[in-house]
Design a protein around this ligand. Structure first.
Ligand code: 26W
Length: 885
């Protein structure tokens, strides 16, 4: 009885007392208005085994957690886990064990594991606040988290406890793990990178918060109907989300529209204020981000839009109930759906609203709830806002607005603070992916921000003119405001001007960024530009997804690699150990069998496990060149049809595709259709004697990636050189012992350098060659004319063989290839197919192949996101680790 009321009463009084009325120092302390409940708490503490903190706190920070932990226990033993699980099932789900459906069991289990993280989470926040620790605030419109249960168990070291506890209740952990549906709050690489980064930040005990949007609908669920992509809504919240903790009491208001006014303040200084026309409530939902082998648990705070009461009442009182309700849905639309475009921004009003919504809420939250400091002059020492691409760049003028209009700072001081607080990561090289917002739209939604952007631009162009007198061409090139085709704000330029550091995501990408996309800026500010090569979390993408390999590594080199991936280097000598190679091969084979079972169950696709697994999984985009892979497959088939190769001589191969297309991206959708049609024919072609199979499971996502990547032999990383910023799938494959066939692009360059040329299948033009060909004038048809193999593949598609005799079915794709081919598929075809022929030969030498695969694992430890985070810390963030006791 007492433990359920007393501590809560104490906490309540704390919140109602000191918390609400913050002292000038702004630190929330545990000094309380009503000492009564506290005394009762302390009296109880004296009965405990440890005697500590008997003095009621007087203004110093007293972590509440220590008090409460005296009375309740977090589920860390089999008994307490079982007890918490049963409590969750009965009192939260409201069912009895005998009647519980899998859904109930999963929810109860997830909540049990969540409760095991809470103590660390609360302690982390208290400790970081007390230490005034510098915090990394990672602002990202996407966090593609993947399934949570296994990862939470791993981080809390409770996997075996949970397994045993459930087994004692005659339940199976793996079954419940498999039941989970992942939250798809991201499109692809950028969103998944954000998820890896917050995992590594936690593992390294860095004070950090991820800020983003709690979309009600994540990335669409892809289905195929007659081989064509059909999108279904992703209702991931329908069953409730056991991993989140809503915190409506910490909601913040976000404004839109209206106008600005000039006025004179009490000191006689001219000032501006924004008089908005609309308000939306941003409600925070917290996700705990546990760190591997640390007690630290960081926060991911995702914002959900809700109509404000004020705004409802106003219309309601005017008697127009219907319009009040309609306005409510308009407000709540802001966080309704993730935009499924990845790389072609549409300039949609709702998208800009989403961006401002989450950034304004996050800055407000950080300043008022986390930092709670009235003095913002030291802000750059307390926080660093990392801009994950341009999506959160509106934060730059937002912080300026807060400092100028709300805190009364002068322009120069405000600008100095702002610039020192933000940093910008660019994730693309495609010019069409660079966001611009029309001045019209921006001025309508955010009039004050547009004024501030104009002023930033004015000052900036002043500097350009001063540095390059008379160079008006350069001024126009560098202006944050473009004039044509319409007046618009170039968000990448605003980000660059408003940040201390700008980084690309792989060595080649950062180079091209500085030399091409932002060349004028890197000439002006060479020291601003840096590189941080991407990485992936080895917890999820090795330890969890590849238990077979992990076990083998543990035996060979010890368990330390999971958070010190450089230790993989110790594996190097094992490449020459025949018995190790046999074990390594057995793991790969078991992973293929596991994947085959999954695919049969998930998609009804039957595959042989004994084959070369050739895998290309990533968003469907022309620059990534899924067409090149398809032309190779069609070439193999064509050779057999023409009798150039006997089917029985083919290396059995399973080609796996996984790719979603943006719903409005016609070419991408046509390519998906074509892949499915080719698959339908090839998979049933008697001539091939089952030696070539194409599998294109729908709805590729993190869950499927975790099963597929460990099964792969060959990793397809075949973008046109100079187009893929980094890639991160490429790293996951190499770390799981697949060999790469790839161009000299993105992080492939670094992978190849590390694994060595002999353990990597390089093909195609490099970036300078691409540039030279572009400059000479590229004519794809000429390749078709001279290369019989290429002609054979293209003609086979045009023959109607894959389209029930309809010769025009794929004209859209084929004529583009022949007459445009922006990404030079035809130019790289010969080199690619020849290299694939070398792959086939190499794969037949089992020992040599396995040796290379082991060396890929041993030499790619560099690609842990722990190393990326360390690079960010050293080069950009300078935020020390703060492990809690
Ligand atoms: C619709 C606007 C838009 C524009 C760009 C949406 C999303 C983007 C992203 C920048 C696309 C993206 O995900 N880029 C990928 O980022 C990964 C992580 O850095 C890289 O590994 C990939 O190479 C890059 O394509």
């Amino acid at each position: 009885m007492c433990f359920s009321t007393t501590p809560r009463a104490a906490a309540r009084s704390r919140r109602n007392g000191t918390a609400r009325s913050r002292g000038r120092r702004g630190v929330r302390t545990a000094a309380v208005a009503d000492p009564g409940p506290w005394q009762r708490v302390y009296a109880l503490q004296r009965e405990g085994p440890r005697s500590w903190q008997l003095e009621p706190p007087t203004g110093s920070v007293q972590p509440v957690t220590e008090n409460i932990e005296r009375f309740i226990s977090s589920p860390t033993t089999v008994e307490s886990f079982k007890s918490e699980f049963c409590r969750q099932l009965r009192y939260e789900q409201g069912v009895d064990l005998v009647d519980a459906r899998t859904e109930d069991l999963y929810q109860a289990l997830a909540r049990t594991v969540r409760s095991a993280m809470v103590d660390g989470w609360i302690a982390t926040q208290a400790s970081h606040r007390a230490a005034k620790a510098k915090t990394v605030a990672y602002l990202s419109a996407e966090f593609l988290m993947g399934p949570q249960l296994e990862n939470a168990l791993l981080s809390t070291a409770l996997t075996e406890v949970a397994r045993t506890a459930l087994a004692e209740l005659e339940l199976d952990l793996d079954e419940l793990t498999a039941y989970e549906t992942e939250p798809g709050l991201g499109n692809g690489g950028l969103g998944r990178l954000a998820a890896c980064f917050i995992d590594s930040l936690a593992a390294k005990s860095i004070p950090a918060i991820g800020y983003g949007i709690r979309y009600e609908y994540g990335i669409f669920r892809q289905t195929f109907v007659d081989g064509r992509q059909v999108e279904q809504p992703d209702r991931w919240l329908v069953k409730g989300s056991p991993w989140e903790l809503a915190q409506p009491e910490n909601s913040v208001t976000v404004n839109f529209g209206g106008h600005t006014e000039q006025y004179t303040d009490e000191t006689g200084a001219p000032r501006t204020r924004w008089v908005p026309a609309e308000q939306v409530l941003a409600v925070p939902y917290n996700y705990m981000v546990p760190g591997f082998e640390t007690r630290n648990v960081n926060t991911l705070r995702l914002w959900s839009a809700k109509a404000t009461d004020a705004f409802d009442l106003q219309i309601f009182n005017s008697g127009d109930y219907e319009s009040a309700v309609r306005r409510q849905t308009v407000a709540e639309n802001i966080s309704k759906v993730l935009y499924p475009e990845d790389s072609t921004p549409q300039g949609k009003e709702l998208r800009l609203k989403q961006q401002y919504f989450f950034v304004a809420a996050s800055l407000r939250d950080y300043l008022d709830t986390v930092l709670r400091d009235d003095d913002l002059s030291t802000l750059p020492e307390r926080v660093v806002f990392q801009l994950n691409d341009t999506h959160p760049v509106i934060g730059v003028p937002e912080l300026m607005r807060i400092l100028l209009d709300e805190r009364g700072l002068g322009w120069d001081e405000a600008w100095d603070i702002t610039r020192r607080t933000f940093n910008y990561t660019c994730h693309t090289l495609l010019p069409e992916a660079l966001e611009v917002w029309s001045v019209d739209l921006l001025g309508r939604l955010l009039p004050r921000h547009l004024e501030i952007i104009y002023r930033i631009n004015e000052d900036f162009l002043g500097l350009v003119r001063e540095t390059y007198p008379g160079d008006e061409l350069r001024v126009r090139r560098m202006s944050i405001i473009q004039e044509r085709p319409e007046r618009a704000v170039r968000m990448a330029f605003l980000a660059t001007v408003g940040s201390t550091k700008v980084n690309g995501v792989a060595a080649l990408h950062s180079q091209l960024l500085a030399d091409k996309v932002l060349d004028d800026f890197s000439a002006l500010w060479p020291e601003k530009f840096t590189n941080v090569t991407n990485g992936v979390t080895p917890r999820r993408f090795m330890r969890l997804s590849n238990p077979g390999l992990s076990g083998l590594l543990d035996e060979a080199i010890g368990t330390g690699w999971t958070n010190d991936l450089a230790q993989l280097a110790k594996l190097e000598p094992f490449a020459d150990d025949a018995s190790f190679r046999a074990e390594f091969r057995a793991v790969k084979q078991a992973n293929k069998e596991r994947f085959v079972r999954l695919l049969a169950q998930r998609d009804g696709i039957e595959l042989p496990a004994d084959a070369l697994y050739d895998v290309m999984v990533k968003r469907l985009h022309e620059y990534k060149r899924q067409m090149l892979k398809l032309l190779h497959v069609v070439t193999l088939y064509d050779r057999v049809l023409k009798g150039e190769v006997k089917a029985s001589d083919l290396q059995p191969r399973v080609v796996v595709f996984g790719a979603k297309a943006a719903p409005g991206y016609k070419m991408a959708k046509e390519i998906i259709h074509l892949i499915n049609r080719v698959a339908a024919v090839v998979n049933n072609a008697p001539e091939l004697e089952g030696r070539l199979r194409i599998a294109f499971p729908a709805n590729y996502n993190v869950t499927l990636a975790e099963r597929l990547i460990p099964a792969a032999d060959l990793s397809e990383q075949i973008s046109l050189a100079g187009k893929e910023a980094s890639g991160t799938g490429n790293m996951k494959f190499a770390l799981n012992g697949a060999l790469t066939i790839g161009t000299d692009d993105g992080a492939n360059v670094e992978i190849r350098q590390l694994v060595g040329d002999e353990n990597f299948f390089l093909f195609g033009m490099d970036e300078p060659a691409v540039q030279a060909l572009e400059d000479r004038g590229y004519n794809p048809t000429s390749y078709y004319e001279v290369d019989a193999g290429l002609r054979g593949a293209i003609d086979l598609i045009s023959s109607g063989l894959f389209s029930d005799g309809d010769r025009t079915a794929f004209e859209f794709v084929i004529s583009d290839l022949l007459y445009k081919d922006r990404f030079m598929v035809l130019a790289d075809y010969r080199s690619y197919v020849d290299t694939q022929d070398r792959v086939e030969v190499a794969y037949r030498d089992e020992d040599a192949w396995t040796r290379s695969a082991i060396l890929n694992v041993a030499r790619t430890g560099f690609f842990t996101s722990d190393r990326s985070i360390q690079d960010y810390l050293d080069r950009i963030w300078h935020a020390p680790a703060k492990p809690i006791a």
